[in-house]
Design a protein around this ligand. Structure first.
Ligand SMILES: Nc1ncnc2c1ncn2[C@@H]1O[C@H](COP(=O)(O)OP(=O)(O)OP(=O)(O)O)[C@@H](O)[C@H]1O
Ligand SMILES: [Mg+2]
Length: 507
């Protein structure tokens, strides 16, 4: 049998209606049949009692005059009644007076009270016969109930036939009703399927009624309206988006081209700038060297001739010229690095000698500032392959800064060897207990011509070239420079460079 959840709605509704109608019809038919059966029996009993009374009245004279022949005759006349099985008349003592059929002897015991009762398919009737107050006797009738059965059977057949017709009628009516209920639902289901299968959001279900199903259909259509409108909006947006993307791509492309041009221009300018700086520095250096040379000669002459004032003036000129030359050299170096023309020497470098030279060179300045200056170099540092001049330049820049920004403090240069990616490296630390730098100042460090603070150049002099040049040189060597600093506490600059050993381990 089809399980209820898989049964189509149409069949479920029809089945439900027919079941309810059928059950009501069967129950009412049963009640009707029971009532009819009871009515049949009552009628039959009443008639049998009437018959007993009539026979009793007729037999009164025969009983009074003890005329058994007349009594028998009266009983035999009952044979016209086909249902009558047996009958007898009792005398006043309860003895059988006459019997039907003649000669029958077995009868129940006489009962004076009038009664009509059914026993096992037969009706037994007792009726007392009286003459005024005196009892003359009684009558007993035993009547079959086959007529009852026949009548009841016909009744049953008729009722069942009627039941069948009514159930068929209920089926027809429920079929009509279920059609009214399910048609809009089936229509709705078909539209929903079409929407989900074909993505056809233009489909609509027809509203046929104003009941809950009608509301459902209307809500479903409203939902589809919204989806369709949103779809259209999205489509427009998508088309628009493609246009927008296209326009943006073109803009980006144009901007890219512009940037490319600007970059090429900038590179050209940068190259021109570097070339100009290199030329300029060269042009400046030549006369400056002449100035230094002739100043030194004049100073020697003035000293020889005992012109002390002139000698000290010429000494100052010479010092300024030296400073200028260093500056020009820095600018030249920076432009060389920028132009990619700076080359590194690859000679054996004695670390201790380089550090010593830098420390000795800055000793007088440190003493002037009231700083102590110490160097910490491990005894067994092997020489390495590198550019001693550039290393000296970096260390000089770092230590001269430490010196410049520290008064009455401690300056220290330390060296240590370490390994990085299983290659030998060197780490130089230049630390001071000077003015230090804030986070903000640190962020601006290492930029060309930039000092940590605007006021620095006024107070300490300098151009802001030293660190940027040092970092570029360190990078050129394949290393790096980093810094840690705290305002008022001091700074530590750390230089790390690869230190490839000499070929063949020569020292
Ligand atoms: N040891 C230090 N302590 C405090 N500030 C420092 C230290 N070293 C560098 N600075 C800051 O960084 C700035 C940049 O240093 P850099 O060596 O590049 O330039 P400079 O010393 O000012 O000039 P130059 O070295 O060209 O003569 C300095 O002006 C200073 O403000
Ligand atoms: Mg400096």
């Amino acid at each position: 049998m089809l399980r209820l959840e898989f049964m189509p709605l149409r069949r479920k509704i029809t089945l439900g209606m027919v079941l309810v109608a059928g059950l009501a019809l069967v129950l009412s038919s049963l009640a009707y049949l029971a009532f009819q059966a009871r009515l049949f029996r009552q009628t039959k009993a009443r008639r049998a009692m009437t018959l007993a009374r009539v026979v009793g009245d007729n037999s009164r004279a025969a009983l009074a005059f003890n005329d058994q022949a007349a009594a028998s005759q009266i009983l035999q006349s009952l044979s016209a009644n086909p249902d009558l099985q047996r009958a007898c008349l009792f005398d006043a003592n309860g003895a059988i007076f006459a019997a039907y059929p003649a000669g029958a002897t077995t009868f129940p015991k006489f009962s004076d009270a009038d009664s009509a009762q059914f026993h096992a398919g037969t009706l037994e009737v007792f009726h007392g016969i009286h003459q005024r107050e005196d009892r003359l006797g009684g009558i007993y009738l035993q009547i079959g109930s086959s007529d009852l059965d026949t009548a009841f059977r016909w009744h049953l057949i008729f009722t069942l036939a009627l039941l069948g017709v009514l159930v068929l009628l209920a089926l027809a009516v429920s079929y009509r009703i279920q059609k009214v209920i399910t048609a809009p639902l089936l229509d709705l289901a078909a539209v929903a399927k079409r929407v989900s299968d074909r993505k056809d959001y233009g489909a609509r279900a027809e509203r046929r009624s104003q009941d809950e199903i009608g509301t459902l259909v209307q809500a479903f259509n409203g939902m589809l309206d919204q989806i369709e409108a949103r779809d259209a909006e999205l489509r427009i947006y998508r088309e628009h988006l493609e246009e927008q993307v296209e326009a943006r791509t073109q803009e980006l492309h144009a901007a890219n081209q512009e940037l490319l041009l600007a970059k090429q221009k900038a590179e050209g300018v940068s190259r021109a700038k570097s070339a100009f700086l290199a030329n300029m520095s060269h042009e400046l250096r030549t006369p400056l060297n002449a100035i230094i040379l002739y100043t030194d000669l004049m100073k020697e002459q003035a000293e020889e001739e005992g012109r002390k004032q002139d000698a000290s003036d010429l000494d100052r000129v010479s010092g300024s010229a030296d400073h200028l030359l260093r500056l020009i050299n820095d600018v030249l170096d920076l432009s060389k690095v920028e132009a990619g023309k700076m080359t590194l020497a690859s000679d054996p470098v004695q670390v201790e000698a380089v550090v010593d030279a830098v420390v000795q060179g800055l000793h007088p300045q440190a003493a002037k500032q009231g700083d102590t200056l110490e160097a910490e170099i491990p005894a067994s540092l092997p020489p390495f392959l590198g550019d001693a001049t550039k290393l000296r330049q970096i260390l000089y820049n770092l230590l001269s800064n430490a010196c410049k920004f520290t008064e009455q403090g401690n300056l220290k240069v330390s060296v240590e060897a370490f390994e990085k990616a299983s290659a030998p490296w060197l780490r130089f630390r230049v630390s001071d207990t000077g003015i230090g730098m804030s986070e903000e100042q640190l962020a601006r460090l290492f930029q060309d011509f930039t000092q940590a603070e605007e006021s620095t150049s006024r107070r300490y002099g300098g151009t802001g070239l030293g660190l940027s040049l040092s970092r570029r040189l360190a990078q050129l060597m394949g290393g790096s420079i980093s810094v840690e600093s705290e305002p008022g506490k001091g700074s530590t600059f750390t230089l790390e460079i690869p230190a490839p050993p000499l070929p063949g381990g020569a020292s």
